[in-house]
Design a protein around this ligand. Structure first.
Ligand code: PEP
Length: 273
């Protein structure tokens, strides 16, 4: 059975004091949600993970240790150690109790894109980070999705297949069982213009089928979450689709009420396999 995952990407927002308050509030509300679900016989109905700015990891660890919430970072280095100014390695993240790491978020990719690197080279960097994360026991949430231009040209599947093939080539299809994918159409991130539930379902199902060609068991068991302008109003409809296993939430994760409503929608998701 695939357990839904709701991940909150805080990006580079809020000073430390208000971040601590937000985290404490999320924890409190998530615990209330959990006990409500447990009364309904739905204990452990979902996983929740928070991605604060890395400089808040110590405080995040202090607040969340011993709870059922998970945490991680918004990026990781492709290298283990060395002269990589400003980078943070996977082994350093282990020291802060991280379970997850976001890899290949489009807001990171566009930093490289300004260097005019080929998209295939960017996929290789994502694969290197993926290898680094998994070899240090972190679960990567690999972001994947087409730009507005690719979307308009009907290239969604091509863009997605390219990265999936690079990842499968790097560690084989079995390793993907320890991976979460976040389908994030770039045109939907932070724009208020979410993909329709039907579009998200079609792309997630395409991804599963592509992986199933190599390994049907892994394809069926791995989680594919959707990201791009998910909010408290559209979450239930998006999560109701059979291949959508939760969401990667940006803007709405900075508001405790909205974020918990989204978590609630994921916990009530029908058709969990
Ligand atoms: C994101 O940052 O991954 C994201 C999906 O942002 P938003 O929910 O604000 O579109």
């Amino acid at each position: 059975m695939r357990k839904p995952l709701v991940a909150g990407n805080w990006k580079m927002n809020n000073p430390i004091e208000s971040s601590k308050i937000l985290l404490e509030n999320i924890l409190h509300q998530a615990e209330l949600l959990e006990s409500m679900l447990a009364k309904d016989g739905k204990a452990s109905a979902l996983d929740i993970a928070i991605f604060p700015p890395s400089v808040y990891l110590k405080e995040t660890q202090e607040i969340l240790t011993g709870s059922s919430l998970h945490w991680g970072t918004q990026n990781v280095s492709a290298y283990d150690e060395g002269a990589y100014t400003g980078e943070i390695s996977a082994s350093m993240l282990q020291g802060f109790g991280c379970d997850y790491v976001l890899i290949g978020h489009s807001e990171r990719r566009c930093i490289y894109e300004t260097l005019e690197l080929d998209q295939f080279v960017l996929d290789k960097i994502v694969a290197q980070k993926y290898e680094m994360a998994t070899s240090h026991g972190l679960t990567p949430i690999i972001c994947i999705g087409e730009t507005e231009e690719d979307y308009a040209k009907g290239k969604t599947e091509e863009v997605i297949a390219r990265l999936l093939d690079v990842l499968i080539e790097s560690k084989g299809s079995k390793a993907l069982a320890q991976t979460v994918f976040a389908y994030e159409p770039v045109w939907a991130i932070g724009t208020g213009k979410s993909a329709t539930p039907e579009w998200a379902q079609d792309v997630h199902s395409f991804m599963r089928e592509r992986i199933a060609k190599h390994d049907a068991t892994t394809a069926e068991s791995l989680r594919i979450i959707y990201g791009g302008s998910v909010n408290a109003n559209n979450a239930a409809a998006i999560f109701s689709k059979p291949d959508v296993d939760g969401g990667l939430i940006g803007g709405a994760s900075l508001d405790v009420d909205k974020f918990i409503q989204i978590c609630f929608a994921a916990a009530l998701k029908p058709n969990k396999i």
